[in-house]
Structure formats: structure tokens, C-alpha cells
Design a protein around this ligand. Structure first.
Ligand code: V55
Length: 410
């Protein structure tokens, strides 16, 4: 690590924070950060964190000063170049590769036919059971199957896709460094290494086929779009971004659906209203993304030049993590931010980021959640929380309920 730590007088409460504490419950620490140190150097991470809405938004939107950057553990997990950590023409090329299938107009053309049958299939599998963990039986399977089928991974089972995002996530969030800046848990990257090797084994033959026989799947387009006649995109330019997708884009719509249900369970009147009026599902999802942002603290930026944010001087090269889950609890923007309240004043959240690296899947993910929850609530309108089981939210990089136990009369 560089000498960053020495430039800063880090108070004990910041110096002693551990990633485990943040993963269990990041909110108390961040509440203090927002008040006392909106941009703070965190020795356990070897980088800065921005925690307020204002600081996160200012950094994310200023593509002149700030380049997309991936956390060291993220870079170790995905490899280079991936869409999160390139800028300028290289970023443009990768966004031109991933964006077409995710444009709202394109999504509107296929999303009903893609997602509704998937959601129906998974809800039918639990409908007669009277009880289920909705994370494992519904939210995650719908999330991975929707994107899996869009990409062209129909031959990969939902359980395998869930295993992949889980392993990549373990590796991505293995962010702790020791006092020398070396990995605190090098073996924590093994699950990601395993997943990457298996993904390549499974996807290489699919790419072989799409090279000769292009079809409508998104991955076939990733190979062919924007390439000169007779050429396909080099796989080494595809895989790192595919790993990004197979983690966040697979996992987060599931987190969002689960958090929406959990949020509604904290507010029975609003839950009932949403069940009775499915049009309100969109608003419930939007409030849930603010309330428990699925990508809680997983993106970063690097300063291209010396700059100052929230009164903190940041030399060129400084890396700042944007903790959107904290920004979305900023009391400057939201009254009682820890309350789920879909009737609150609609101040836009920043769960999908902002600026040049704003989420490519904003619309697709929201539609997957909407259709999934429409099918679930329509088929099981008497869905209730199983009060005998705790709801444990977990995660700092990515956050959502680990399990969600529901019951209903059959
Ligand atoms: C991010 C997104 C990802 C991912 C890791 O925005 C980090 C941050 C869309 O996937 O896999």
C-alpha cells in the first residue's frame, strides 16, 4: 500500500472497524461517518469511503475528475478489462457490447415473454406447499433464470447460476487488508477462482457455437456486435465483464425482490395495499432499493487529478468507495431513513449509481422485480411472514435478506 494512512489521523472508531461488523450491520457506523467524516480513509480497506448522498453523487457524476475503478478484491475476482474499471473509449466499447439488450425499448419488447413464464413456474412450484423460504425458492431463481435466459445460458441450471454468483460474491467481498496492505484472507478468493474456471468450461463451448452460428442471445451479440465482418470479439475482452454480470446482475434483482417483500412486511398497511393494487409494486420496489440498496458498497472511483470532496483533499490516484446504501439513508434527503415507507416524498435514490458508470441494467432489473412480485402476489395473495423465523439481513458490498420465511393458507 502507499503511504495514504500516514496522511490521515484516523480516529479509533474508524481504525477499528471490521468488515464483519459492516456485513452484519453497516448502518450505525455509516450514520456516524455521514455526520463526522463523509469522506474518510478506512485502514481496514486501504481506501476512502464516501457515505453521504452529496459526496457519492458528486463523485459518481464527475467523470472528468473520477474514473471508474474496481476495489482490489473486485479486480482480483473479475480480472481486467471489465466494464466497471475501464474508462474512455475502452469503457464505451464494453458499454456498446452490453447496453443494446438492456435498453428500455429492447427490454419492453421481450421482458413480459421472458420473465412472466419464469416467475409463474417458480411460484407454481411452491404454491401448494403453504410455506417457503422465498429467497431460495423464488427471488434468486427468478433473478438468475431471467438474466440467464437473456444471455443464452438456458443450458445452465438455476442452482448452478446461484452457486456461481454466491462464489463470486464471496471473493468480491473478501476485501480486508492487513497493516501492510496485503490480503488478510487470501484463501477467501478460492470460491471465485473455482467459479471462474467452471464458468469458462461451460461457456467456452457455447461461445464456440455462437462464433459460427450467431443467434438472438445477448452473449452471441457480445461476440459479434461492432466487429468487422467475419471477426468476433476476443474472449479475453468478454469474460471479465461476463463475470461482473454473473455476480451482480444475477444476484441483485433477487436481493431487491426479497428486500421489497421484507420491507412491506414491516408495514402491514402498505403490504395490504400493494397486494390489493399491483400497480403500486413499482413504488414498493423503488422504496426498497432506497431502504436496502442491493449494491450497498461495491463500486469505487479513482481520482484522475488532485481534488477535494466534502472538505477532504484527495490526491490524484485516491480510490473512493461509493457506499450507495448509506447515501440512500442520508437524513438530508430522507426523514426516518431506516423506515420502509413507500409513501415518502419521492426523492430519487442512488441505488443504480450515477454518471458515466451508472448501472446498465437499471430498467431490466426493475422489470424483473416487478413481474416477479406481480406473479407472486397474484398467485399467493394471502402470503404472510412466518413470525417464528428471524429475517437476517446480511452484507456490506451487497446486501439483502439471507432467507425470507413465508407461510400461507392453502
Ligand atoms: C457492481 C456491479 C456488479 C458486480 C459487482 O456496481 C459490482 C457494482 C452488475 O454487477 O458484479
Amino acid at each position: 500500500m502507499d503511504g495514504n494512512t500516514r496522511l490521515h489521523d484516523t480516529p479509533d472508531w474508524i481504525a477499528n472497524i471490521t468488515i464483519q461488523e459492516l456485513e452484519n450491520n453497516p448502518y450505525p457506523f455509516y450514520e456516524r461517518l455521514r455526520k463526522e467524516a463523509p469522506v474518510a480513509f478506512i485502514p481496514a480497506l486501504g481506501l476512502y469511503i464516501a457515505s453521504t448522498k452529496e459526496a457519492c453523487r458528486a463523485i459518481a457524476k464527475d467523470g472528468e475528475t473520477w474514473g471508474g475503478f474496481i476495489s482490489p478484491a473486485g479486480g482480483r475476482t473479475f480480472g481486467h478489462p471489465n466494464v466497471l474499471n475501464v474508462n474512455g473509449p475502452e469503457h464505451k466499447e464494453l458499454r456498446c457490447m452490453v447496453d443494446p439488450a438492456l435498453q428500455p425499448r429492447a427490454v419492453d419488447g421481450y421482458v413480459e415473454d421472458l420473465v412472466r413464464p419464469i416467475a409463474r413456474r417458480y411460484v407454481e412450484a411452491i404454491e401448494d406447499k403453504g410455506a417457503a423460504d422465498l429467497v431460495a425458492t423464488f427471488c434468486e431463481p427468478v433473478s438468475v433464470r431471467a438474466l440467464g435466459d437473456l444471455l443464452g445460458l438456458q443450458s445452465v441450471s438455476s442452482d448452478k447460476l446461484r452457486e456461481w454468483f454466491h462464489k463470486l460474491s464471496v471473493s468480491f467481498t473478501n476485501a480486508a487488508v492487513d497493516e501492510n496492505g496485503d490480503w488478510a484472507n487470501p484463501e477467501g478468493f478460492k470460491p471465485g477462482d473455482e467459479a471462474r474456471a467452471e464458468i469458462r468450461e461451460v461457456v467456452d463451448p457455447l461461445l464456440d457455437n455462437w462464433e459460427k452460428n450467431p443467434d438472438d442471445s445477448a452473449l452471441s451479440h457480445w461476440l459479434h456486435d461492432g466487429m468487422p465482418e467475419g471477426k468476433t470479439r476476443d474472449r479475453e475482452r468478454i469474460y471479465p465483464t461476463l463475470f461482473v454480470f454473473l455476480l451482480g446482475a444475477m444476484q441483485e434483482p433477487g436481493h431487491a425482490m426479497a428486500s421489497t417483500i421484507a420491507g412491506l412486511w414491516t408495514n402491514p398497511e402498505q403490504f395490504e395495499r400493494v397486494i390489493d393494487n399491483p400497480k403500486q409494486i413499482r413504488r414498493a420496489i423503488s422504496e426498497s432499493l432506497r431502504w436496502t440498496s442491493p449494491i450497498w458498497s461495491a463500486v469505487a472511483r479513482q481520482a484522475k487529478k488532485d481534488t477535494t470532496v466534502a472538505g477532504v483533499d484527495l490526491p490524484a490516484g485516491s480510490v473512493v468507495m461509493l457506499s450507495y446504501g448509506s447515501a440512500n439513508h442520508d437524513s438530508n434527503d430522507y426523514d426516518a431513513p431506516s423506515k420502509f415507507d413507500m409513501d415518502r416524498k419521492p426523492v430519487p435514490h442512488i441505488a443504480f449509481g450515477a454518471g458515466p458508470h451508472a448501472c446498465a441494467g437499471t430498467y431490466f432489473a426493475s422489470e424483473v422485480c416487478r413481474i416477479g412480485l406481480e406473479e407472486l402476489f397474484e398467485t399467493i395473495p394471502n402470503l404472510e411472514r412466518d413470525e417464528t423465523k428471524e429475517i437476517d439481513f446480511w452484507g456490506w458490498g451487497f446486501r439483502g435478506p439471507k432467507e425470507l420465511h413465508a407461510k400461507w393458507e392453502v
